[in-house]
Design a protein around this ligand. Structure first.
Ligand code: PMV
Length: 320
């Protein structure tokens, strides 16, 4: 039976995670090498209204009606139905598969929501516009992470490098020359919600200190934007490493991430930092493409459970 299929990428944050929650700009890039696909198979022979969801990555294989009320996938589907003004979905099976590691700073929750919302709205005959997909994905991010900035759902919905600042219009970034990133997984699952909540506690205890550091991070984001626009890739690497040092100071790195950052730099990377919520999950290293294999092997020797090498293409700053 033909299926409706939609995909969404993963993402990395090049600069500004955590600070972005406090109104500081950040830069995020979609990563298409990892992705989520949601497929909807119509099942006219199922009982009317029977919607079955199969999502092995989150150990889910059940009917929509048996999910608890607050389940993020159920709420995402409810929001699509409300948006389209429909009160039931014709019988179907929804299969969600993802190559993104879960709770690892690569945006798996937003990627799943965006793919699902697109597939279900298309199945219902009205593919939703990106702006609405993004709004729904943001609502679901709140369920997952408490008080997210909205950067993950934005970069994943639009699939374009973004310069993101809370409450401001999204800016698509110009990237003058392609560059190579190695994404290395510590293998430690880390909840973004917990990392953001811990950060909030520290900020509450000393807002002056943390605001000062966040402002320094904001200056690095602006520098990186300029380097991206000029194609000054090596300079960008140094600035990423400076960002990592500030992320250490705000308490969101850990030994495993620090070891991977050190190892990437020791094996010749231009720069390296944790990416995402931290306290586990992934780090990114910016490398000359010729040494990507070497750096990747060094990262694996230093304890990375997996590495992904990806080329971020140049982009015009205008969404195609
Ligand atoms: O969801 P993650 O782990 O990729 O991190 C998101 C980035 C944070 O700045 C830590 C949180 C946010 O909502 O912006």
């Amino acid at each position: 039976m033909p299926a409706i299929s939609s995909s969404a990428p993963g993402k990395v944050i090049l600069c500004g995670e955590h600070a972005v929650v406090y109104g500081i700009p950040a830069i995020a890039l979609p990563v298409f090498k990892v992705s989520t696909t949601a497929k909807v198979f119509a099942h006219p022979l199922f009982e009317p209204g029977n919607v079955h969801i199969n999502a092995p990555a989150i150990a889910l294989d059940d009917s929509l009606t048996s999910l608890e009320q607050g389940h993020p996938l159920k709420i995402a589907i409810d929001l699509v139905m409300r948006e389209l003004g429909v009160d039931h979905i014709p019988s179907c099976e929804i299969r969600i598969s993802t190559t993104l590691p879960v709770s690892a700073g690569l945006g798996s929750s937003a990627s799943v929501t965006v793919a699902l919302v697109r597939a279900v709205s298309t199945y219902l005959g009205h593919p939703l516009a990106d702006e609405i997909v993004n709004q729904i994905a943001y609502e679901i991010e709140k369920l997952h992470h408490g008080s997210p900035s909205g950067i993950d759902n934005t970069v994943i919905t639009y699939g374009t490098p973004v310069f993101f600042e809370l409450g401001k219009t999204i800016e698509y970034l110009k990237i003058a020359s392609p560059f190579t990133l190695i994404i290395a997984d510590t293998g430690i699952k880390s909840s973004t919600g917990a990392a953001v909540a811990g950060m909030r506690e520290r900020w509450n205890a000393d807002p002056t200190l943390y605001n000062t550091i966040f402002n320094e991070i904001g200056s690095l984001t602006l520098k990186i934007r300029k380097y991206l626009e000029e194609g000054s890739i090596e300079d960008m690497g140094k600035t990423m490493t400076e960002n990592h040092k500030l992320l250490q100071r705000i308490g969101v790195s850990n030994d495993e991430l620090d070891i991977l950052v050190k190892s990437a730099l020791a094996s010749g990377a231009w720069g390296a930092k944790l990416s995402g919520g931290g306290l586990g999950g992934n780090m990114i290293a910016l490398v000359h493409p010729e040494i990507s294999l070497e750096v990747s092997q060094a990262l694996l020797r230093a304890g990375a459970k997996n590495t992904i090498t990806t080329v971020i293409p140049s982009s015009s700053g205008v969404r195609l």
